[in-house]
Design a protein around this ligand. Structure first.
Ligand code: IVH
Length: 685
């Protein structure tokens, strides 16, 4: 078959055109809809076909061909571009009250009391760009700059795969004469990490955060470098458009409309209603924040109706119809005023940096733990240093880094002391451990205080009214040396203490008396054996049933218990072998002294538990024990303790001032028992 040169040429042109359209379609599926329908290899094959045809027919190459992303020469500099419409910034709010005030301003501006519909979007942490599409082809891209004019970054923007070089046209539709798209160029977490890893391996400086990495990558003079950077793009607005173009009537619909043109938009956008809807979105995004593949520093709310936006207009440099609701900053810098050494319950010496108060992650931070000497050495934190403090979510504040440029003269590296700062005993580092420990044991007042604090704490013996300060006072006044001494305190002794009134003294004595009735698990936990937390204590209690059995267990017997490893087994074994500990336990259990006790289920308890399978609800105030203790004791008798009364409830234990639960139980015919009956149950067990 012979072809005239003209037909042949137009056939090639048609083939090239078809390939470009296919590649654009697949790009859109990949970047915009996150739903590719061919493999990377198949995409590459199409791409190479196009490259081959274009190489044979260079006259058919156009600037918007998918092969033409990286081709630009190294630039001499960036030229300035004036924006057709100014690129505005956003006002900020930092809490619910400010957000509500924004919503009310919008209502007033629109003279309405109806709930306003908003488009809610993630606030991406990258940099704003403007993309100009003329006749559907990307012709110009600029940074925001000062809002009036920015830098021409067209060459670099072209290398970003997520940004279409040509718009996807609707079937049979034509391209708008002018469409300016605005959005954020950013780097996602995984791209950022990979880039930094690679830079580290090549001996280059790491980027501090994804935003700096994105900005640095876009400001390259050589587009070939930008092309290697994992940049992404999400559109969030339109700028100038030709008069003939009809836009959708809401911002949310506008963003969907941009997707149809091939522009990626964040999947997290949502339509919400009123201030309450905005706040719910904010909370949801805040809790999802760390799981998102990219960093955000807040959310943005925009009045959804474009007509309403017009009506509200602008004020100075920001629209009245949009607001950024920012998350509390997670990093801030402050100064180290001192480094103190704390002695923990098990004697661990912990260096703690005292900081000039700084608001970070939603709270004011004044301390940050430095963990141990290795950590201090690694970060080289010194007194007088300016440091970057980080508090993300609910995590404990930590010092991320020292700002070396701000280090004053004549500072010295910090070293933990060789002796315990409280008792003076030598501090030792066990082989294989990072911690330095005071060797003073319970002779060290600091360790004693911490141990008694632990013993009295809510999840241990739960001695109400015995706070940290009071324990310190009692130890310093030499009134108590061990937890057992607490039960020997007299009213007169308590009244000698500073700030101790008669009522507080009586309350404390009552709380001590009440704490005598506990559970085996709580008691084991209260002993403060190293690495025996609440859960392990419960496992031990369930397994050994009697304290004597646990005390007598050798390491082998301990390790036979599920979840108890060799280290914990050794800690437990060693603890019970110490004469001092044996003496304290004996005093604690001696009915004539402390008189601590707990219900002991009979050996055959599985079959004979008094309340096996019964559902019990507690209500009102109990005189002889706390609600937690009663709950644990009932559970030890086999009962299921529930928070609410229903037809399934077997017993309601009603203390003083019982309210609605009592009424409900009466109406349902549930058996009601008083505290005396509860006591009888516990005694019979
Ligand atoms: S709208 C007229 N939407 O935040 C409103 N901005 O503080 C123009 N940003 O310069 C901005 N995510 O770089 C808008 N979903 C979003 C955004 C967003 C991030 C950035 C943008 C802007 C800055 C304003």
């Amino acid at each position: 078959m012979t072809h005239s040169p003209v037909t042949q040429h137009s056939e090639v042109a048609a083939a090239i055109d078809a390939l470009r359209q296919q590649l654009r379609y697949h790009n859109q599926r990949y970047y915009v809809f996150d739903d590719p329908d061919i493999s990377d290899a198949a995409y590459d094959a199409l791409f190479r076909q196009l490259q081959t045809l274009e190489a044979a027919h260079p006259e058919l190459i156009t600037r918007d061909s998918p092969t033409q992303r990286v081709g630009g020469e190294v630039q001499a500099g960036f030229s300035e571009i004036k924006h057709r419409l100014p690129m505005l910034s956003l006002g900020n709010v930092f809490n619910a009250a400010e957000l509500t005030a924004f919503d009310q301003r919008c209502q007033r501006g629109l003279a309405t009391v109806d709930l306003i519909s908003y488009c809610a979007e993630p606030k991406l942490d990258g940099l704003a760009v403007s993309l100009i599409y003329q006749q559907g082809v990307l012709t110009m891209a600029a940074t925001r700059g000062d809002g009036e004019s920015g830098e021409d970054v067209t060459h670099n923007i072209r290398t970003i795969g997520a940004i279409p070089l040509a718009l996807t046209l609707p079937d049979g539709g034509s391209a708008p004469e002018l469409l300016e798209v605005r959005g954020e160029v950013f780097m996602d977490r995984s791209g950022f990490q990979q880039l930094n890893l690679q830079r580290q391996q090549q001996g280059e400086k790491r980027f501090v955060n994804p935003r700096n990495a994105a900005a640095g990558s876009l400001r390259q003079l050589d587009p070939a470098i930008t092309a290697t950077r994992p940049l992404r793009f999400y559109a969030y607005a339109v700028g100038a458009v030709s008069d003939t173009l009809t836009l959708p009537s809401s911002h949310y619909a506008l963003l969907q409309w941009l997707r149809q043109w091939g522009l990626p938009v964040a999947a997290e956008i949502s339509q919400v209603s009123g201030a309450a809807g905005c706040l719910a979105y904010f909370n949801q995004m805040q809790s999802r924040r760390n799981q998102l593949p990219f960093e955000i520093d807040g959310v943005v709310f925009k009045v959804d109706s474009l007509a309403a936006q017009q009506q509200l207009g602008f004020q100075a440099r920001a629209p009245r119809w949009a607001i950024a609701h920012k998350f509390a900053a997670e990093e801030a810098s402050t100064r180290v005023v001192a480094i103190d050494v704390q002695v923990g319950r098990t004697g661990t010496l912990t260096p703690v940096a005292r900081l000039e108060p700084v608001y970070v992650g939603g709270v004011t931070v004044t301390n940050a733990t430095l963990h141990n000497q290795d950590e201090v050495d690694r970060k080289d934190v010194r007194v007088g240093d300016t440091v970057v403090v980080r508090r993300a979510g609910d995590v404990i504040p930590e010092i991320v880094a020292v700002v070396l440029a701000a280090r004053p003269h004549q500072t010295a590296p910090f070293r933990l002391p060789e002796n315990c700062p409280v008792c003076g005993a030598v501090a030792l580092r066990q082989p294989g451990e990072a911690a330095l420990r005071c060797s003073g044991g319970l002779y060290c007042p600091a360790q004693r205080k911490e141990q008694i604090k632990h013993f009295a704490s809510r999840r241990a013996l739960d001695i109400e009214g015995l706070g940290d300060k009071l324990i310190e006072q009692l130890v310093d006044a030499d009134l108590i040396h061990t937890p057992a001494d607490l039960y020997g305190l007299s009213r007169e002794q308590l009244l000698q203490l500073e700030r101790m009134g008669e009522k507080s003294a009586d309350n404390l004595l009552a709380a001590l008396a009440q704490s005598r009735q506990t559970t085996l698990a709580r008691f084991i936990y209260a002993l403060g054996i190293r690495e025996v937390g609440e859960r392990t204590a419960q496992i031990l209690a369930d397994h050994f049933i009697h304290l004597e059995a646990l005390q007598a267990a050798d390491q082998e017997a301990l390790q036979a218990v599920a979840e108890i490893g060799p280290v914990v087994a050794e800690n437990i074994h060693t603890f019970f072998r110490q004469p001092h500990n044996q003496a304290v336990i004996a005093q604690l259990l001696d009915a004539a002294q402390s008189g601590i006790h707990w219900p002991t289920p009979s050996e055959t308890r599985q079959e004979h538990l008094l309340l096996q399978g019964k559902t019990v609800v507690l209500t009102g105030t109990l005189q002889s024990m706390s609600r937690d203790t009663a709950k644990a004791a009932l559970q030890a008798l086999g009962a299921k303790v529930s928070g609410s009364v229903s037809a399934k409830t077997d017993y309601l234990v009603a203390g003083e001032a019982a309210g609605s639960k009592l009424t409900k139980a009466e109406s349902l015919g549930v058996t009601i028992v008083d505290e005396a009956q509860l006591q009888q149950w516990l005694e019979r067990a």
